[in-house]
Design a protein around this ligand. Structure first.
Ligand code: COA
Length: 402
């Protein structure tokens, strides 16, 4: 093992030299095509910002470590060449395989997005050394608050809240719940017309971060359940009360609470790669996000029960046929088609849109709050149950065996 570690460490120095610092790795001509969105923070960093980030990379004083270098390598490759399509190296090519795995793990994230994440990451390394990252990352247009777990931007009258923990499939931590609540609150008050929630990387969201259950406070499980319940209630409330059109841009698979709140969105656009899964009984839990009310209403009780009781995973097409999703797009043109559509919608008169949305939802609002309360109460009991404890433990044990 030590030999492998040494080889890897040496090879990663090579990664830095070859792929990150040297001008021979300049972006491919594809960067300069008309399809590139200069200055679009929602869609990715500009070519200039990417170039600046590359230059800054070579000025770093400290070695950022193997994990960081692999991430930089992978983002650089994705940004400059797109998704990994080279053959997987053989078992004995340790270095090639680690690099390939890192690149391949980025899945089908767009070159725009990879460029943005590259800039953000280099910016954070520079900032950690005491430099300024302001000129590297695409700044949130509109000058709003910044969050560790989200990328929030306002552009073309659209506020985009991007879940930004791609390495964890955008699983929602306690911090992230609070960040999303704050970002929704901010979006409700800003001058955007439409608000979008989407995910960074190849997943939309893998639901509640199950490690939230492993951080037991001094007051024990009861206290954990109480604080988790209060947070969940506020989180779902932020969706119920959201005053403007809310759109889910479902860029990949969605699990758990990211699916259950979909009944509270006004539009759900999905790539044909997306799936919709609510494995509550598998985890000893019960439905939330008002899905115990919205799902039977949207798709009928029989289909809702397949999802909410028996963990049936839906494809994007199935979810669309059942009315949970508004429209499905081919993955290859998903981002382009969806964003051009949303930009047009955002030109519509804002007050008319907001007031119409409120009319559609107002008859239901109190009902939704009541459902939210009832679901939270049930879940607080579930979270202290043996069934839930065992299920969460077996998730982490199965990960540990890999
Ligand atoms: N909570 C905590 N960590 C999660 C997570 C979650 N909900 N979803 C993914 N992760 C972590 C994994 O543990 C893994 O971490 P590691 O790299 O440190 O090992 C990382 O994210 C990548 O996930 P991985 O499982 O390796 O990717 P995959 O493509 O094989 O599978 C999922 C993705 C989402 C299908 C799988 O991770 C999963 O089933 N997650 C649990 C989903 C869930 O039950 N959510 C709660 C619903 S109520």
């Amino acid at each position: 093992m030590a030999g492998v570690a040494l080889k890897l460490s040496a090879a990663l120095r090579f990664v830095k030299l070859r792929s990150v610092s040297r001008p021979s790795c300049a972006p491919s001509p594809r960067f300069h095509t008309a399809g590139f969105h200069t200055g679009s923070a929602a869609m990715g960093a500009t070519v200039e910002q990417f170039e600046q980030a590359k230059n800054k990379m070579s000025t770093l004083k400290n070695d950022p470590g193997n994990e960081a270098k692999l991430k930089i390598y992978a983002l650089f490759k994705q940004a400059s060449q797109g998704a990994c399509s080279t053959p997987k190296p053989g078992m004995l090519d340790f270095v090639g395989k680690v690099k390939w795995d890192a690149w391949n793990s980025l899945g089908s994230i767009s070159q725009d997005e990879a460029r943005q994440q590259y800039c953000d990451f280099i910016g954070s390394l520079v900032a950690a050394e005491g430099g300024t990252s302001a000129s590297l990352a695409a700044e949130p247009a509109g000058g709003g608050a910044t969050y560790d777990t989200l990328l929030v931007t306002t552009e073309d009258k659209i506020t985009t809240i991007k879940l930004n923990r791609p390495a964890k499939k955008n699983a929602i931590t306690t911090e992230m719940y609070n960040d999303i609540i704050a970002a929704l609150d901010q979006a409700a008050k800003d001058d955007s017309v439409i608000t979008v929630i989407t995910g960074a990387g190849d997943f939309y969201c893998s639901g509640n971060d199950l490690s939230n259950f492993t951080k037991i406070p001094e007051g024990g499980l009861q206290e954990l359940a109480q604080s988790g319940g209060d947070l969940l209630r506020s989180y779902v409330k932020a969706y119920i009360d959201f005053p403007k059109p809310l759109v889910a841009v479902v860029n990949g698979p969605a699990v758990g609470i990211s699916v259950t709140v979909m009944g509270l969105f006004d539009l759900v656009y999905a790539t044909d790669r997306a799936t919709f899964h609510t494995p509550f009984s598998q985890l000893g839990q019960s439905a939330e996000g008002c899905s115990s009310y919205t799902f039977p209403k949207i798709m009928g009780p029989a289909k809702a029960s397949e999802m909410l009781l028996f963990n049936k995973k839906l494809s994007a097409e199935q979810a669309c046929e059942l009315g949970l999703v508004s429209e499905v797009f081919p993955d290859s043109s998903f981002q382009t088609e969806v964003w051009s559509r949303l930009k047009k919608y955002a030109q519509l008169p804002p007050n008319s849109l907001a007031l119409s949305k409120q009319l559609i939802r107002s008859a239901e609002k109190q009902r939704l709050h009541d459902v939210n309360d009832a679901e939270v109460e049930r879940l607080m009991e579930r979270w202290t149950s043996d069934e839930c404890f065992q299920a969460v433990m077996s998730f982490f044990q199965s990960k540990a065996k890999l």
